[in-house]
Design a protein around this ligand. Sequence first.
Ligand code: 0WD
Length: 256
Amino acid sequence: MGFLSDKRILITGVASNRSIAWGVAQAMHREGATLAFTYQGEKLKGRVEDLASQCDAEFVIPLDVSNDEQIDNCFSALGEHWDGLDGIVHSIAFAPKDQLEGDYVGCVTREGFAAAHDISSYSLAALAKAGRPLMQGRNGAILTMSYLGAVRAVPNYNVMGIAKASLEANVRYLAASLGPEGTRVNAVSAGPIRTLAAAGIADFRSMLKQVEERTPLRRNVTIDEVGNAGAFLCSDLASGITGDVLYVDTGYHILG
Ligand code: 0WD
């Protein structure tokens, strides 16, 4: 029996088998969780359905977090299948590509700033709000994915770093709000991993190389390692942890 048996968890943000959410889903499946997946747009439907079936997922639901109606429909569909929800994995971020290259002041725009914050931070609160009735009183957990750029000025990460700072504050406010009804809220701050989203960041390859050369473990982190930490944070093994950011980055964040 795994440490997530009896837990029903919604996984968002799977776009490919390289996605961090896929690492989390596989770890959760291994630990006995029952999973449902969301996909963003028809283009990803088939791929997410294939991956979901590898985790014996019960169902797959469309969800674009920029659309309130889709958020409502997603949780209504969830409520039709399940009488309660024990976890939400939020592994979603977006900023227009022109915001993620070069000088921050030079490239930031009102529209880029708003989109990054809406999709990458507000959406966590939106999912927590919509999932609240199903999660109440179950000692469940919400998990999101952050990055070191929330607390350091990382070249090219630009507005996404500010959105991640907002996301981490969101984790603390959500934890304070939902704690009294038993729901915990945490983030994993992952080291850089080559995924579709990462491909949008200028010079991502040199970020990977720099980490490999300097980080205590002298290698980049894997989606399996992030997945294991995420599964732990959503399990009862982490019942005393909320409002926190756990670094899973082979130790890079401790360096001066
Ligand atoms: O180095 C990295 N890859 C790191 C990623 C280091 C630290 C943190 N992260 C974070 C990301 O910022 C994000 O929050 O992890 C999370 C997952 O990112 P990922 O696994 O690196 O990227 P990917 O496999 O591309 O999954 C992110 C997915 C989107 O993929 P694309 O590539 O199509 O943008 O987020 C989803 C989408 O499937 N997504 C949305 N889902 C619903 N509604 C939306 C949306 N509006 N926008 C993006």
